[in-house]
Design a protein around this ligand. Structure first.
Ligand SMILES: [Zn+2]
Length: 166
C-alpha cells in the first residue's frame, strides 16, 4: 500500500485568487516546492480542491482542468511531482445547473480522498492532509488520516515537514 500527502490547492500550494483558474496568475506559495520535494519519493502527492466556481458558473470544468494540467507542469519544471489533482465542481450555493448538488466530494466530505485511495491504493492511516482552511483539516480527520495540518503564516511547511513521519 502507498502513503499519501493530500494538499489543498488555493491558498496552500498556490496563492489564493478567489475563483481565478487563470493560468497567468499562478504563484507558488513559499516553501511548497521544497516541502513536496522532501516527501515525493515516499508519498503520493495528491491535490484535492473545491472549485465551486464551476457550480456558480464563474468558470468552466474545462478551464479548471486546463489550469490543473498547467499547474502540474509548472511544478514539474521545478522537479516536483504532483501525482494527481482531484477537484469538486459542486456546491448547493451554485446556480441552477447539474453541479448544484449536495455531493459527496466537496471538502470537508471525503469523496475526493476516497477516489484517490482507490486509484493509488493508499493507506489513509499513514497519510496526511494539509490545507489553509478548517474544512481541509476536517476533511483529513473525516477520512481518518494520520494527521491533518492547518497551514498559516505561523505554522508553515517547514513546521509541518518536521512533524511528518517518513
Ligand atoms: Zn463535489
Amino acid at each position: 500500500m502507498n502513503k499519501a500527502i493530500f494538499l489543498d490547492r488555493d491558498g496552500t500550494i498556490i496563492k489564493d485568487f478567489v475563483y481565478n483558474n487563470d493560468i497567468d496568475k499562478i504563484q507558488i506559495m513559499p516553501g511548497a516546492i521544497e516541502f513536496i520535494k522532501k516527501f515525493q519519493k515516499k508519498f503520493k502527492i495528491i491535490v484535492i480542491t473545491n472549485q465551486s466556481a464551476v457550480a456558480k458558473e464563474i468558470c468552466s470544468i474545462k478551464k479548471v482542468k486546463n489550469f490543473n494540467k498547467k499547474l502540474i507542469k509548472i511544478f514539474n519544471s521545478y522537479g516536483v511531482k504532483i501525482d494527481k489533482i482531484y477537484f469538486c465542481p459542486h456546491c448547493i450555493c451554485g446556480k441552477a445547473n447539474k453541479y448544484n448538488v449536495d455531493c459527496e466530494c466537496r471538502k470537508p466530505k471525503i469523496g475526493l480522498i476516497k477516489k484517490a485511495q482507490k486509484k493509488y491504493n493508499i493507506n489513509l492511516q499513514e497519510s496526511y492532509m494539509i490545507g489553509d482552511k478548517l474544512t481541509d483539516v476536517q476533511c483529513g480527520n473525516n477520512a481518518n488520516c494520520l494527521k491533518s495540518y492547518l497551514l498559516s503564516d505561523t505554522f508553515t511547511f517547514d513546521d509541518i515537514a518536521k512533524d511528518i513521519i517518513i
